[in-house]
Design a protein around this ligand. Structure first.
Ligand code: PGA
Length: 243
C-alpha cells in the first residue's frame, strides 16, 4: 500500500455560511496537511489558519486583470492555498472547459506555485464503447502538454470515472488498479516522468473506503458528497491515512 496518502475534500457548491461555521468547528482539530479542504471559494478565508491544508476548486487560466468573476492562481497562492483542482468533470461539462483551457490552467497554477490535482475520467457511454483508455490518454496528454519535469513534480492525477461521481457506483479495485497503472504508463511514455501520484475519486464513503484503501498503487482519495458529513469524512481519513 502507498504511504503518505492524501485525502482531498471537494465540498463543491454546498452549505450556507451558518453550516460552514459549524462544519469548521468540527474539522479544525485535524492536524495534518495530508487532508486538504476545497470549499466554495467564498468561504476559503474561514478555513485558513488551522493545521489541515486548504485548496481551491477552480482557478482562471489568466494571472491578473480584467476578468470579472474569476480567481487567479496567483491570488490563491498568495492566500497560502496548497493546491487547485483542475479539469473536474463538472467543470468540463457545465462550464464547457476544453482540453486547451485545462492545459492553460495547469500551467498558470504551476507558475504560481500551486500544486495541481488534474481530474480525468470517462463517461458511462465512453466506457461502454470501450473508449476509456483513449479518453484518459487524450485528457492526460493535452493537460500536461509543455510541462517541465519540475512542473510535473507538483501534479497529482485524480482518476474520477464520470459515471461514478455522486452515483454510489464504483469500479472494482482491480479495475482502478489497472487504470492507475495505465495512467502512470502514459505519463512515463509521453513525458518521461516516472510514478506520477494518482488518486481515486467517485462515490467514496465510510463503507467502501476499507476496500478502496487496499488498492496497491493509489496515492489517495478525492471525496465529494461524503466530505459534507463530518463523521463520514473522519472515517475515510482514519482509514486512508493509517500507516
Ligand atoms: P462524489 O464526488 O464523492 O460525490 O462522488 C467526487 C468528486 O466529484 O470529486
Amino acid at each position: 500500500m502507498e504511504k503518505n496518502k492524501i485525502v482531498v475534500a471537494n465540498l463543491k457548491m454546498n452549505m450556507s455560511f451558518g453550516q460552514i461555521k459549524t462544519y469548521i468547528d468540527k474539522i479544525r482539530t485535524i492536524e495534518t496537511k495530508r487532508v486538504v479542504f476545497c470549499p466554495s471559494s467564498l468561504y476559503i478565508p474561514y478555513f485558513l489558519g488551522y493545521n489541515y491544508g486548504v485548496g481551491i476548486q477552480q482557478i482562471s487560466n489568466k494571472i491578473e486583470g480584467a476578468y470579472t468573476g474569476q480567481i487567479s492562481s496567483k491570488q490563491a497562492g498568495s492566500m497560502g492555498l496548497v493546491l487547485t483542482l483542475i479539469g473536474h468533470s463538472e467543470c468540463r461539462t457545465y462550464l464547457k472547459e476544453s482540453d486547451d483551457l485545462i492545459n492553460e490552467k495547469v500551467k498558470a497554477a504551476l507558475e504560481n506555485k500551486l500544486n495541481v490535482i488534474l481530474c480525468i475520467g470517462e463517461t458511462k457511454e465512453q466506457r461502454e464503447m470501450l473508449k476509456t483508455s483513449y479518453i484518459l490518454k487524450k485528457q492526460i496528454i493535452s493537460a500536461l502538454n509543455g510541462l517541465s519535469k519540475q512542473g510535473l513534480k507538483h501534479v497529482y492525477i485524480a482518476y474520477e470515472p464520470v459515471w461514478a461521481i455522486g452515483t454510489n457506483k464504483i469500479p472494482s479495485n482491480r479495475d482502478i488498479e489497472d487504470t492507475i497503472r495505465y495512467i502512470k504508463k502514459i505519463v512515463e511514455k509521453h513525458f518521461d516522468f516516472n510514478n506520477i501520484p494518482v488518486l481515486y475519486g467517485g462515490s467514496i464513503n465510510s463503507k467502501n473506503i476499507e476496500e478502496l484503501n487496499e488498492i496497491e498503487n493509489c496515492s489517495g482519495f478525492l471525496v465529494g458528497g461524503s466530505s459534507l458529513k463530518v463523521k463520514e469524512l473522519f472515517k475515510i481519513i482514519e482509514v486512508a491515512l493509517k500507516e
